[in-house]
Design a protein around this ligand. Sequence first.
Ligand code: GLN
Length: 483
Amino acid sequence: MSAGADIRSLTIRQVKEGLAAGRFSAVELAREALRFAEAENPKTNAYLHFCPERALAAARRVDEKLARGEDLGPLAGVPVAVKDVILTQGVRTTAGSKLLANYIAPYDATAVIRLEQAGGVILGKTNCDEFAMGSSTENSAFGPVRNPVALDRVPGGSSGGSGASVAQGTAVVALGSDTGGSIRQPASFCGVVGVTPTYGRVSRYGLIAFASSLDHIGPLARNVHDAALLLGVIAGRDASDATSAFAPVPDYTALLDGNVRGARIGLPKEYFRGLASETGDLILAGVERLKQLGCEVREISLPHTEYAIGAYYIICTAEASSNLARYDGVRYTYRSPASATLSDMYRNTRGEGFGAECKRRIMLGTYVLSAGYYDAYYLKAQRVRNLIARDFSEAFKQVDVILTPVSPFPAFKLGEKLDDPLEMYLSDIYTITGSLAGIPCMSVPCGNTAAGLPVGLQILTNHFNEAGMFRLADALERSAGRS
Ligand code: GLN
């Protein structure tokens, strides 16, 4: 690749311009991106595997179109990383689990198909917590990911590999998945943009299920424009996912004009109690910048917030216990080698295959669904979920967007919270409410702590108002001089 574009800081726009000006071909860019990503990977363990053949084939298609003068598509030549819970035909897809260590996906996820149709070049698959359960990527069966910003710290989770790849510059954009914060929290910890769209906005077809009523696929990127563009590519109705929405997909990049005058912002008082002061200060400084741009800021209340963690960890474990029942040693890859009977084989396969966090959740989920406890736990949690959703719909009668921190603290040290699952669960407090309500939310970088650790600001908005959310995020980015 010729000089002029540093692979580490490339944006989608720069790729487009570079191709158009003939500064590099898509194949040259793909080769250089693969070389760089493979060379950098030992530092962070962000990628589990690369797919050079697939990447080069996709890049060749872009170059052929370029030569024929055809429309290239909005992601033409853009190096992309894909979280390893998203199926890629013919390429290993492990979900960070020993159970799927050698699983070759038989088909592509819809998001992957759309991404490649738009000209995207998938370099490889990114590391994650096993079956996307976790907040630090330390639950991967293939070793933890290190945060490229501070290598002794976690990148967040569960899409830690996707967050790290974008921050490290080994992918221009990435796909992650989010059930209770798994895109937003790593984006916050790594200093990149991460978006959880409205539930149903992006097809889940080909996403390995964790908790189906909460699972989303979404983009991670180095700026708001690139995240908005990628979401536009992967969003939209898909006949293969009955929960995908029919609502038309607007051009999410069209409104990124920096004009947010008159936007009504709510700050939920429940989210600013007991916040580590540096994180809180950075968030409030971001809010102040938006005020100066003409936004109206008022305090609001989301009164059922304190019940969110309990409800989430009942609902997601219940759904996980059901979804993970399929890993029985009969289908997929791993099977315990020495078992006398079929039921021993099931037991041994699951006992040996699942890591501690998955086992914990399967047990918890099985318990809350069992006869006699279903009403007391699962049903009650569903009711709480409704109340939380209602809190938001009430709030959106008064304000257009809600701003909160993404996490109570910045990236923590590897190993720091591993022995205390409850402590880890509690750190999800700010992200899971939006997940339970199914509304769009995102993390946008909002400055660094004195120690240089990134802090993300969360923007939440009403169903299908992604465009309004991006507009505000973009204005915030511009106000920090980072657009
Ligand atoms: N950290 C949350 C959990 O452990 C969220 C995970 C996710 O969004 N996939 O469940």
